[in-house]
Design a binder for this molecule. Structure first.
Ligand code: SF4
Length: 306
C-alpha cells in the first residue's frame, strides 16, 4: 500500500458536465475525490496546491467504504477521481471503484492518462472505470520549448485507444495554454492523433486557459478557440466543444448531420435534452444519425450545494 492511500484532499458531489464528460450520464452527479501529488509538473496547473504537495503519513485515511457510503447518501449516480492526477491513488482507485460498482455507482476519472497499458487494463476491466476525461497536455513540439520535455504525448492517444477497445467511454480535452501548446502545428498534431487513433465520434473539448501557478501569460484568445473548433470540425471530428468560455451554444451538442440541437448545457447542467435512445444506442430524433452516449439522462437534477 502506498503512502497516499486514502489520504484525500477533497471529496464533494459535482456535475458530470464539469469534468468535462458531455456524452456520459448527462445531468448526473459524481462524488468527486482527490488525493495529493502528480506524475507531471505542468507550470500552469490549476490545482497546484493539491498536485505539488505530497501526502503526509499523518493525513487521515478515508476508507473506500466511507466514500461509497457518502456517494449513496448524497444521491450521486457515480464516483469520479479528479483534481490532482488520479494515478497517484492507483490501488485506492481500484478498491473504491470496484466497491462502488457493486452498489451501482458508475466509475469515472479525469486524468492525463499517462499510464502503462497494464494499468489501463486493470482500471477498465477490473475496477470498471468506463468514463474517461483525458487531458492532452500538448504535443512533441513542446520539447523544443523545454516544456514537459520528458513526456511522450503519443502515450496518451495509445491509452485512449486501448480504453475504447476495452469498452470504455473517452472524451479528450485540450487546454490551449498561451505560449505552451497553442501553435497551429501542435493543434494539427493533436487533431491528426485524434482522428487516426480514436476516429470521428470521440468528443474533443477545446478549453480556454487562465493564468495559474507559475504561468502568467494571458488567457487564450476566444478567437483562437473558435478557429480551432472549426479546424477540428472540418477535419472530421463530429463533437467539438469550447469550454471555460461560458457560452452555452459552444457547449451544446448538435447533430453532425442535420444540425438539430440535441443537448443544451448551461452552468454545467442540462437545460434541453432530445435524443432517441433504445437498447444502449442513441440517435438524432430528426435524421436518425447515431450519437455516442453512455448511460442514462438524469432529468431535473440540480447542482448539489457545496
Ligand atoms: S497533469 Fe494535471 S494535475 Fe498534474 S501538474 Fe499537470 S495540470 Fe496539474
Amino acid at each position: 500500500m502506498h503512502v497516499g492511500y486514502g489520504r484525500l484532499s477533497a471529496a464533494e458531489s459535482r456535475p458530470i458536465e464539469i469534468k468535462p464528460l458531455f456524452h456520459y450520464w448527462p445531468n448526473s452527479t459524481a462524488l468527486t475525490f482527490s488525493g495529493w501529488g502528480c506524475n507531471f509538473y505542468c507550470p500552469w496547473c490549476q490545482n497546484y496546491p493539491l498536485s505539488f504537495r505530497h501526502p503526509r503519513p499523518d493525513d487521515p485515511v478515508v476508507e473506500p467504504e466511507v466514500l461509497v457510503r457518502e456517494a449513496l447518501r448524497a444521491g450521486d449516480e457515480g464516483l469520479c477521481a479528479s483534481f490532482n492526477e488520479p494515478a497517484t491513488l492507483f490501488d485506492y482507485l481500484v478498491e473504491v471503484f470496484s466497491l462502488g460498482r457493486r452498489y451501482g455507482l458508475y466509475a469515472t476519472i479525469v486524468t492525463n492518462a499517462y499510464f502503462t497499458l497494464k494499468a489501463v487494463d486493470v482500471l477498465v476491466s477490473e475496477a470498471g472505470v468506463d468514463g474517461w476525461s483525458i487531458d492532452i497536455k500538448g504535443c512533441p513540439g513542446m520539447k523544443g520549448k523545454g516544456i514537459l520535455p520528458a513526456i511522450d504525448h503519443s502515450v496518451v492517444f495509445r491509452n485512449a485507444r486501448r480504453i475504447i477497445d476495452l469498452g470504455g467511454h473517452v472524451e479528450m480535452v485540450h487546454l490551449v495554454v498561451t505560449g505552451a501548446n497553442d501553435d497551429p502545428e501542435c493543434f494539427e498534431w493533436i487533431i491528426d492523433q485524434h482522428i487516426s487513433n480514436l476516429g470521428h465520434q470521440v468528443p474533443l473539448h477545446i478549453n480556454r486557459y487562465y493564468p495559474a501557478h507559475r504561468w502568467h501569460k494571458p488567457p487564450t484568445p476566444i478567437g483562437k478557440l473558435l478557429e480551432w473548433r472549426e479546424k477540428a470540425r472540418r477535419a472530421g471530428i463530429e463533437f467539438v466543444y469550447v469550454g471555460n468560455v461560458g457560452d452555452p451554444e459552444l457547449e451544446s451538442t448538435r447533430c453532425p448531420r442535420c444540425g438539430k440541437l440535441l443537448i443544451r448545457r448551461e452552468g454545467y447542467r442540462v437545460t434541453y435534452y432530445n435524443l432517441d435512445c433504445s437498447n444502449g444506442r442513441c440517435r438524432c430524433p430528426r435524421c436518425g444519425y447515431p450519437i455516442p452516449l453512455r448511460g442514462t439522462y438524469i432529468a431535473g437534477k440540480s447542482i448539489p450545494s457545496r
